[in-house]
Design a protein around this ligand. Structure first.
Ligand code: SF4
Ligand code: SF4
Ligand code: SF4
Ligand code: FES
Length: 797
């Protein structure tokens, strides 16, 4: 590996790294405030100034040259950094005693590190007005204009809702002559600027701007003045709202006078490596009643009598393992229709799960069968990042519904708004563009319409060159690309297909995201075979998005069967005649989920899950749970363990688990961006022996006007109970559609089909473009949805 020398220390670097990244990877400290790992540098703070062979550069935006010498601590650099901190400290309100950031503030930290002990500058104070957006409260008077909030919203989240704007303040120009260039520019920027929310639509919650702010300028509104940073205990855990399994940092403290009961005050994240969405950050308000239930004999009896046990998508690995063992002795059947479809799909095509860094290194990403933003925000964030940072990357986003939030991420997004049910054909288009050899494509290729006669050449004998001389070769008429009838019917018209083909052909590495709508598709088996054939292509990496938080863990551990609606039934973390689940008590003590036997919530458990990267990750308890849990129930079936965590190392090795004990599951990212979270499930890629069948055309596609999907940040029937999230359970539609129907947000409407009805309140989803009703699956859907896309009648309820 090439190397440089930083202050006499040899530091190796890899291609694409900046001096700052190489230094961080090697554990060498260079001061920096504004830089966010993996994002475009704003070069706002200038603190990373260094000298390369005597020349001043900024380490965060300079690529190293092999064998050069970098100095970070010359007298001039040290003095200027100190001056920058003095300018940052000028008129910074002296609120540290009550500031939410005090104790973990980078301004405090850097002021000490640069040994600021006096203030040679002064300027008249001028108050700037507060601002509020989503769950954020912004005090511009504390803001140092590092623009980390702007950068993360644009480069990590893909929303670009924030912007550095001008504050109407006096300029600090009186120091222009007496200050070095860099400190003056930092000061000028800080004095004259403030952050403005410039989103066209409201934003819903990710809160990354709060997380990245190095000072107390942007804070979580409900945390303000509630606790001091240094009093909070940090507990690293894993988010179980969706299959991304993000790394969470629960920040807890007692809240009763005896100091006995813990409460989560806020949730942080390692924003350098893992941005999180609103559910992970704010839906921490629900927990199970601490004392649990006492009717364990009844729960055991119900399980023994059950013919069917319905399995929730967010069971922990240990619960799923015990349930499977019980199934084998008790004879009940395990059901979950989505997970069953996923398990069947994996029997035909089961690729080794890739890491997100493989997605980020792809030059073209194809997405099929998922409304990504709603189903897996982390994937949307990874895409936003790669589209922003690697300018040549493109995203081909195929779905029957447009998603404005995805489309606005970059000009390199090619939306393919295809016909309902046409996923097999669209995958065929992708494979044909990729040049995959697959029997499935025969019918698609054969649907090429007879080509129009070529335009007659200008000269039948031969063409002429620029000088008008006859050339030897006759000029060929321009070859027109064929038009495929099957693609036209699927609403992937010829220009769109040619665009896909052009992007795919020139991309050296391609990622294909396959979403949960594919597993329940009527042609799922053939699609799995097509993917199996495509997976032989070296430049293609296929990611299967699990349909629920721990779907991959559950299908690895349990034998699921097709739904049969047998009775009596038990639901474990889902519906059933007898329900074992968290009762979801909110922070006001209100029970949000009536259950028959209480199980702990995932912020109260010692257990594990498997995320979409195939990592076995630890769930660590942030809140107390003193009640009985599934390990206690299992004891009545002859199992020895007193806690779920005792089973973590028992998880079967023939299913890919590695026998690692719960306490040995690590959970962090290193400075060099390497992932030290849990371990990778060892999967055996499937080897289908059959070949795919020719793709069949869709029968007349229904004109969809209803879609079954959770709103942003809601994910499942547990997340949706959170009172902390801005969006509510209901039916969502575009603003224009709501207005055209003469409705206002909050009106109750009824959707119906052939006598079956669904009722809910209507709200706006700004990412929807057309007249569609997006209904939450947690509503009593009354069977109106036979598939995720429907054509329904509507009326006011
Ligand atoms: S909450 Fe998220 S989307 Fe909204 S402004 Fe902050 S970073 Fe951007
Ligand atoms: S609000 Fe915070 S993150 Fe944003 S520019 Fe100001 S100090 Fe930086
Ligand atoms: S809901 Fe998903 S994307 Fe959001 S924080 Fe949790 S795991 Fe991450
Ligand atoms: S970290 Fe390089 S300029 Fe701020």
């Amino acid at each position: 590996m090439p190397s440089i020398e930083i202050d006499g220390q040899k530091v190796e670097f890899s291609e694409g790294q900046t001096i700052l990244e190489a230094a961080r990877s090697a554990g060498v400290y260079i001061p920096a405030i504004c830089y966010l790992s993996g994002c475009s540098p704003t070069v706002a703070c200038k603190m990373c100034m260094v000298e390369v062979e005597g020349k001043r550069v900024y380490a965060c935006n300079t690529k190293p040259k092999a064998n050069t010498k970098v100095a970070t601590k010359t007298a001039a650099l040290v003095a200027e950094r100190q001056m920058i901190m003095q300018t940052y400290d000028v008129n910074h309100p002296l609120e540290c005693g009550v500031c939410d950031k005090s104790g973990e503030c980078e301004l405090q930290d850097m002021t000490h590190r640069t040994l600021v002990d006096r203030q040679p500058f002064s300027v008249r104070d001028n108050l700037k007005p507060f601002a509020f957006w989503a769950q954020a409260s912004y005090d511009p008077n504390l803001c140092i204009m590092c623009e980390r909030c702007v950068t993360t919203c644009s480069d990590n989240i893909g929303d670009s809702n924030l912007k550095a704007s001008k504050a109407s303040l006096h300029a600090p120009d009186k120091f222009k002559e007496s200050m070095p260039k860099d400190p003056f520019s930092v000061w000028s920027r800080k004095q004259k600027g403030m952050i403005a929310f410039v989103g066209d639509t409201p934003c819903y919650d990710c809160g990354e701007c709060i997380a990245v702010c190095p000072v107390g300028a942007i804070v979580y509104k409900d945390f303000s003045y509630k606790a001091n940073a240094w009093e909070l205990k940090h507990i690293d855990s894993t988010c179980m709202h969706c299959a991304a399994g993000c790394l969470l940092d629960y920040q807890v403290r007692h809240f009763d006078t005896l100091g006995e009961e813990q409460k989560i005050f806020r949730v942080g994240n390692d924003f350098y490596h893992n941005p999180i969405c609103g559910a992970g950050r704010f839906a921490f308000d629900l927990k199970a009643s601490t004392k649990g239930s006492s009717n364990i004999e009844q729960a055991v009896q119900k399980l023994k009598e059950a013919k069917a046990v319905y399995v929730g998508g967010d069971l922990s690995n240990e619960e799923a393992y015990l349930l499977e063992q019980m199934r084998q002795t008790c004879g009940f059947k395990l059901h979950n229709s989505k997970l069953y479809a996923y398990q069947e799909f994996l029997k035909t095509f089961s690729p080794t799960p890739h890491d997100l860094k493989d997605l980020k290194s792809s030059s073209c990403v194809l997405s099929l069968g998922s409304r990504l933003k709603n189903e897996n925000p982390l994937l949307k964030y990874a895409l936003a990042n790669v589209l922003k940072v690697n300018k040549g990357t493109s995203l081909i986003y195929a779905h029957p519904l447009e998603d404005m939030a995805i489309e606005k991420m970059s000009r390199s997004v090619v939306p393919v708004c295809h016909a309902v049910g046409a996923e097999e054909i669209i995958l065929g288009a992708f494979l044909m563009a990729l040049g995959v050899e697959s029997p499935s494509l025969e019918s698609l290729k054969a649907s090429a319409l007879v080509e129009p006669e070529p335009e007659p050449a200008e000269s039948a004998e031969g063409a002429e060159n620029a000088e008008g001389e006859a050339t030897a070769e006759p000029k060929k008429a321009e070859q027109k690309p064929p038009v495929y009838a099957m693609l036209e019917n699927a609403k992937c018209d010829s220009p769109t297909f040619e665009k896909i083909k052009g992007l795919v052909e020139k991309a050296p590495s391609i990622a294909l995201l396959i979403g949960p709508e594919i597993y329940t598709h009527p042609k799922a088996h053939n699609i799995a075979l097509m993917l199996q054939e495509a997976s032989k292509l070296d430049k293609l990496k296929i990611f299967l998005i699990p349909p629920s938080a721990n779907a991959l863990g559950i299908v690895s551990l349990c034998t699921l069967e097709k739904d049969s609606h047998a009775s009596p039934s038990v639901g474990v973390r889902t519906k059933g005649d007898f329900v074992l689940d968290s009762d979801c008590v909110d922070q006001n003590g209100q029970v949000q989920n009536q259950v028959d036997f209480i199980l702990p919530s995932f912020s109260q458990m010692e257990a594990s899950m498997v995320n979409l990267e195939g990592r076995v990750l630890a769930l660590r308890p942030a809140l107390a749970y003193e009640g009985l849990d599934f390990a206690d129930i299992a004891q009545h079936f002859g199992f020895y363990g007193e806690t779920l965590a005792e089973y973590t190392q028992e998880l079967p090795q023939d299913k890919g688990f590695l026998g690692v004990a719960y306490d040995d599951l690590t959970n962090f990212y290193a400075n060099d961006k390497s992932n030290h979270r849990g371990y990778k499930l060892q999967s055996t890629p499937s080897q289908a022996t059959e070949s795919s069948q020719p793709i069949t055309p869709i029968e007349s596609a229904p004109e969809l006007n209803a879609y079954l999907q959770f709103a942003e940040t809601q994910f499942n029937t547990h997340t949706i109970k959170s009172q902390n999230l801005q969006l509510k359970e209901g039916i969502y539609t575009s603003k224009a559609h709501l207005e055209s129907l003469g409705l206002v947000e909050g009106t109750t409407i009824r959707l119906s089909k052939e006598g079956r009805t669904l009722t809910g309140k209507i709200y706006i989803d700004h990412s929807l473009k057309r007249g569609v009703f997006m209904a939450s699956p947690s509503l009593d859907t009354g069977g109106v949805f036979a598939s995720p896309f429907e054509t329904l009648e509507w009326e006011r309820a």
